[in-house]
Write a protein that binds this ligand. Structure first.
Ligand SMILES: *[C@@H]1O[C@H](CO)[C@@H](O)[C@H](O)[C@H]1NC(C)=O
Ligand SMILES: *[C@@H]1O[C@H](CO)[C@@H](O)[C@H](O)[C@H]1NC(C)=O
Length: 274
């Protein structure tokens, strides 16, 4: 089943009730990271301010940038806000449902304004937890993001913090550094359509944390979400002797079946003779 994990809506509002035609509506999932672009190239002299529901949360004045100067803002966003000094763009990391509301950008020098209406949807607990998979050495395992991939999405897979695979537009790369080439050889497969990653012929040393980052962008907003898969590869645990034993038992079973089959066939034949 495919879950629509991210959906990004850029809907221009029309006309009524004081809502501007250029307002941008963004719908994201809890825990995503959201960047609101100013769409302007600020220079050092540019003054920019961001408001959340009419409370100022960030400001660039000359070569100074300030985030959350009051306690309420600090309390609300903690260290989850980032301001790009060059562009004035605002990033809200690890977004909460209580961060839903109106984000207003004011470019002080030109007096222009831009409004982003951000709706944060909660994620059911079952989907929030990182996925855990356990497989026996030698088997394949597929890590499926379970999302609908958009054409412009950028997907990156990391294993224990090392980049192992990447999809950008219609380009994909697997193991571009020596270390992961060495580790995975030709055992990684990337599905370009879904972004899912398959590890074939698994080794116990493939155990660890696999993280997928998905970035969806439009010209004004970037939404990034993260998924983790904790993979544990266990040794098959059968010794050569045990494997030989299982083979012998299987052969006996086949031999016995063949005997029963012939016995039955002969009986049927005899019955037919009378
Ligand atoms: C911000 O405004 C939105 C929309 O008016 C409202 O739903 C939300 O509760 C407000 N949040 C805070 C913290 O005031
Ligand atoms: C990856 O991380 C796991 C868990 O921290 C650790 O057990 C494993 O040794 C690591 N593997 C590599 C190759 O770094």
């Amino acid at each position: 089943m495919k879950n629509l994990f991210i959906f990004l809506l850029i809907l221009p509002y029309h006309g009524s009730s004081g809502v501007g035609a250029d307002d941008v509506s963004v719908s994201v999932m809890e825990r995503d990271s959201v960047t609101l672009h100013t769409g302007v190239k600020t220079n050092q002299q540019e003054e920019v301010a961001w408001y959340f529901n009419d409370t100022r949360i960030a400001r660039i004045t000359g070569d100074q940038s300030k985030i959350c100067t009051d306690d309420e803002c600090k309390e609300r966003f903690r260290d989850r806000l980032k301001l790009d000094h060059q562009t004035g763009s605002l990033t809200i990391r690890d977004i909460r449902t209580t961060d839903s509301g109106k984000y207003r950008l004011v470019i002080i020098s030109s007096g222009s304004e831009k409004i982003f209406r951000v709706a944060v949807n909660d994620v059911p607990a079952a989907r929030r937890d990182e996925k855990t998979k356990s497989v026996v050495e030698g088997q394949s395992v597929t890590l499926d993001p379970g999302v609908t991939k958009n054409l412009n999405d950028v997907m990156t897979w990391h294993f224990n913090e090392t980049l192992i695979a990447e999809i950008t537009g219609d380009q994909s790369k697997i193991c571009s550094d020596v270390q992961s080439k060495e580790r995975f050889r030709d055992r990684l497969k990337l599905d370009h359509q879904t972004g899912s990653l398959t590890i074939t012929d698994t080794r116990t040393t493939d155990s660890g944390l696999y993280k997928l980052q998905i970035s969806s962008s439009s010209s004004v907003v970037v939404v990034t979400s993260l998924k983790s898969f904790s993979i544990s590869i266990t040794a098959s645990g059968l010794s050569a002797g045990e494997i030989a034993g299982i083979c012998a038992a299987l052969l006996l079973l086949i031999a016995a079946s063949v005997c029963v089959f012939y016995f039955y066939k002969r009986r049927v034949k005899r019955k037919g003779e009378y």
